[in-house]
Ligand binder design. Structure first.
Ligand code: DGJ
Length: 864
């Protein structure tokens, strides 16, 4: 069908051509009848839009006047036309069709790129047609709307009679668009869809099974605001500068930027029509990894401050069918206990209110399974992880029809007074999608994290020896130096000196004193840290140091000098945890002090590693620095100042490797981790507990970020403890000099095995094979990304049988040489030892491990 018809004879139209006025030959013009477009895209309140007829199918007529051309529709109605910026005018005559029998009342609206260009008065049945003639030069999307005229839709037969678009000759023909502007955010296998409703608000197509719906409902709003009709848990709650507690966000536009390497950023802009108050929903889609990062930016130009009471990073909408939530709770030395639950109507909240760390009691990461219980290799899974190291909230608001996952800073006591012309950016929420189970989801998230989630993700990690479990606070130069030689002999590469090296007036000989006084203890280390680091290097080791820059013991010179530098509440007795208090990082002098501590400590020659600890959380969240009416800023400003400090540390000392620790696993989140190389998952290093704990952390974090040390916790066989530790970032926390020669051989064997496999286990892909929870054993394997090598771990937790373990992810066509690494003394070799077997066979028939009894383990290399 030819859509464009020549219409050069309309008087006046040629005069509109630019060339006419300059004495040049006028540009020729074409006119397109709107009725010749695809009207299936037009929404109507009743029946379907009709070309060149009234909506009831009769010839088009308004107040007795007949029209041959035009579009007959019924309120409420809308059509969007892509006119590509090259159209010139829109012309029509509008009114209520005589088919309504003299009844009906409607309003016609013409919108160009979201701006109302023309609006009719309310037109009633029997009234003559009203002419419209509009300049639409530059407009890309032309929208024709008909409203019900505020009295319901009855008899609202509306005619866009004689409606036509005048375009320049040769311009691409206008085309109709879907009735609602839709914005699609697509990765390889995941699609997030938004659409703009009749009311100008932004809605989201719920993730999961598609709902048949006739019209958009408020429950589907993409980022709902409190105070204007939305009755469930809002994403945004604001008090405007004049005290108005309601916000309305209407869609303004979208910008997309190709960031290269398969990444695209999308910013959806929204504005309150009654206030200079803007909200941008920001996304970064990583195409191949199926990862979408999301955050929100809020900005205004109101005359006073605006109070943000709730500002979610993300408020993703899901269908509730078969939806299951897996989350993780814990405590000190007992982090990461998984709970799986079906979501029911009501609001399920995962949160923390402890300020300076997100976690230990509940991880700000979770799994949403869309097809019933979560499985490794099947089912649709959405993983969520909030990059924030302070109080967080992930609320799953099940309204009966939808589930909204609201994630962000915990609104608890955190109201933020935002100045005009200042952007408030929320933390980033990371979403990762898989249609093939949580195994694939983890592999994608790990691949993303290696590039963007933590530092140096493509560099395998060394073997570390830490003195904490071996010496605790009880050491001096000679004691530490005595650990070096045996460490080197066993193959250790890095020595980490833990807590206890500082404090003079109040020596740090236990956890009751000295924190805050970062001068090396003169009795223990008469010449400071440098000689100890130098001695490590002389023994062929690199040297690392522990620090806890954010904290202070009341028994310290720092506290004596600056009692008002700590976070506390006036008129309340100081509440200590581990005998310590948190310094108030919102105070500029404290920021300077902490930076000087870090800078001085990390500038000691030969320091190449540091462990950043944080052994308490906030319980009396008061800042002597912040104004009385800004106390609620503490929760957010603390974490922001902390990130500034961490960022400065990473930038100033790019060669220094950093471990993130918080009294065990209190800070396990991608907010802080991006400045670090690894994290300390728990003070509980009992390998039996670590098998399940590390399994659960691995849903979100790659093995190379999981510090995993061999200690005497639980008094488990050393061979078993070594195998468990080798599956993460391997370390030891043992007095090596005191080990028997048999145990030394086990450790040396484990270290050399780790050095063989770390390229695979740190840089390869993880396959979780057998879930260890409540089971007799657990098993997993890593495969090099080129599939040339793999390593399989089997951890026997209860007495059982040496059943074959089936690796995954191998190249079926390739041959692999099977070899057990660091076999336990006295056990028979595995049946396939030394055999070359095809990947296909190994994956089908499995490998029989050497372990069958509780606390035995087996590490098997599959190599070319
Ligand atoms: C808590 C950490 O989790 C431990 O590993 C150790 O570094 C101590 N702090 C030192 O005080």
């Amino acid at each position: 069908m030819k859509l464009v018809q020549h219409f050069r004879s309309i008087p006046g139209l040629a005069a509109l051509a630019a060339g006419f006025f300059c004495g040049m030959a006028p540009l020729s013009e074409e006119s397109l009848w709107v009725s010749s477009l695809d009207l299936k895209q037009m929404s109507t309140g009743w029946n379907a839009a009709q070309a060149d007829r009234g909506v009831s199918g009769q010839p088009m007529s308004i107040a007795g006047k007949k029209f041959e051309r035009g579009v007959g529709t019924h309120a409420a109605s809308k059509i969007r036309i892509d006119v590509g910026g090259s159209a010139k005018r829109f012309v029509a005559q509008v009114g209520v069709d005589d088919g309504a029998g003299g009844q009906g009342s409607v309003e016609f609206i013409v919108v160009g790129d979201g701006r109302v260009l023309w609006k009719s008065p309310v037109l009633t049945g029997g009234k003559p047609a009203v002419p419209v003639d509009l300049d639409i030069a530059g407009v890309r999307t032309l929208t024709l709307r008909v409203t019900e005229g505020d009295d319901g839709a009855s008899h609202d037969h509306a005619d866009w009679a004689d409606a036509r678009i005048i375009v320049k000759d040769g311009s691409p023909p206008p085309l109709t668009l879907p009735p609602f502007e839709s914005i699609k955010l697509a990765t390889k296998n995941f699609l997030l869809e938004f659409e703009v409703g009749e009311d100008g608000r932004l809605y989201q197509q719920a993730v999961g099974t598609r709902a048949e719906k006739e019209r958009i409902q408020r429950v589907e709003e993409s980022y709902p605001q409190a105070g204007d009709g939305y009755i469930w848990e809002p994403a945004l709650q604001v008090v405007h500068s004049d005290g108005n507690t309601s916000t309305v966000l209407q869609y303004q536009g979208v910008t997309r930027t190709n960031e290269g390497q398969g990444r695209e950023s999308t910013v959806i802009k929204m504005r309150d029509p009654a206030y200079p108050f803007n909200v941008s929903l920001c996304f970064r889609a990583h195409h191949d990894r199926d990862v979408i990062e999301q955050w929100t930016e809020i900005r205004h130009r109101e005359s006073g401050r605006v109070k943000l009471e709730r500002m979610a990073s993300s408020s993703l909408l899901l269908m509730p069918t078969n939806l299951q939530l897996t989350h993780f709770y814990g405590d000190w030395a007992n982090e990461m206990n998984p709970v799986v639950e079906q979501l029911f109507p009501g609001t399920k909240v995962l949160d923390s209110k402890i300020g300076v760390r997100a976690h230990q009691f509940g991880l700000p990461s979770f799994l949403l399974s869309l097809d019933g219980p979560v499985a490794e290799s099947s089912g649709r899974v959405l993983g969520g992880s909030l990059a924030w190291s302070g109080s967080f909230q992930c609320a799953f608001d099940h309204t009966g029809q939808r589930v909204r996952a609201l994630c962000g800073v915990n609104p608890f006591g955190s109201a933020y007074h935002l100045k005009a012309d200042t952007t408030f950016a929320t933390p980033v929420m990371i979403w990762v999608w898989s249609s093939a189970g949580v195994g694939e989801m983890s592999r994608k998230l790990h691949a993303w994290a290696r590039d963007f989630g933590f530092r140096d993700g493509h560099k395998p990690r060394s073997v570390l020896l830490n003195n904490w479990e071996a010496t605790g606070f009880d050491f001096d130069f000679d004691r530490i130096a005595s650990l070096y030689e045996p460490a080197k002999q066993l193959g250790v590469e890095l020595f980490l000196l833990d807590d206890g090296w500082f404090g003079n007036k109040y020596p740090r000989v236990n956890d009751r004193a000295g924190l805050g006084d970062w001068e090396p203890n003169r009795k223990r280390l008469p010449n400071g840290l440098a000689p100890l680091a130098k001695e490590a290097v002389r023994n062929g080791l690199t040297f690392g140091i522990w620090m806890e820059p954010e904290m202070v013991n009341p028994k310290s010179e720092l506290f004596e000098k600056h009692p008002n530098w700590v976070i506390r509440q006036p008129k309340r007795e100081l509440e200590l945890q581990r005998n310590q208090l948190t310094l108030d990082l919102t105070r500029p002098e404290v920021q300077q002090f902490e930076w000087s501590v870090i800078q001085k400590t990390l500038s000691v020659p030969d320091v190449s590693y540091a462990k950043w600890d944080c052994n308490r959380y906030l319980t009396q969240a008061g800042s002597p620095w912040l104004r009385a009416d800004r106390q609620s800023h503490l929760w957010i400003d603390y974490v922001r100042a902390l990130y500034a400090l961490m960022d400065r540390t990473a930038k100033t000392f790019p060669e220094i490797e950093l471990m993130l620790c918080s009294g065990g696993g209190g800070r396990v989140d991608y907010g802080a981790l991006k400045y670090f190389h690894e994290f300390w998952p728990s003070d509980n290093t009992d390998p039996v507990r670590r098998v399940t704990m590390q399994w659960d952390y691995s849903y979100f974090f790659p093995g190379m970020t999981l510090s995993s040390h061999v200690t005497h916790w639980g008094n488990r066989p050393l061979h078993f403890a070594c195998a468990v530790a080798m599956s993460g970032r391997f370390g030891m926390d043992l007095d090596l000099a005191k080990l028997s020669s048999g145990d030394k051989a086990i450790c040396a064997g484990a270290i050399s095995a780790y050095k063989r496999i770390r390229e695979i286990s740190h840089l390869g892909e993880l396959y979780r094979l057998e879930r260890p929870h409540e089971a007799a054993r657990g098993a997993l394997n890593y495969v090099a990304t080129d599939h040339s090598k793999a390593v399989v771990f089997v951890f026997q937790l209860k007495d059982g049988q040496a059943l074959a373990v089936k690796p995954q992810g191998l190249d079926p066509e390739r041959e692999y040489m099977v070899r057990e690494l660091n076999p336990a003394p006295g056990r028979a070799p595995i049946p396939q030892e030394g055999k070359r077997l095809k990947g296909e066979e190994l994956m089908r028939d499995g490998i029989v491990p050497s372990c069958a009894k509780a606390l035995e383990a087996c590490v098997i290399e599959l190599a070319p």
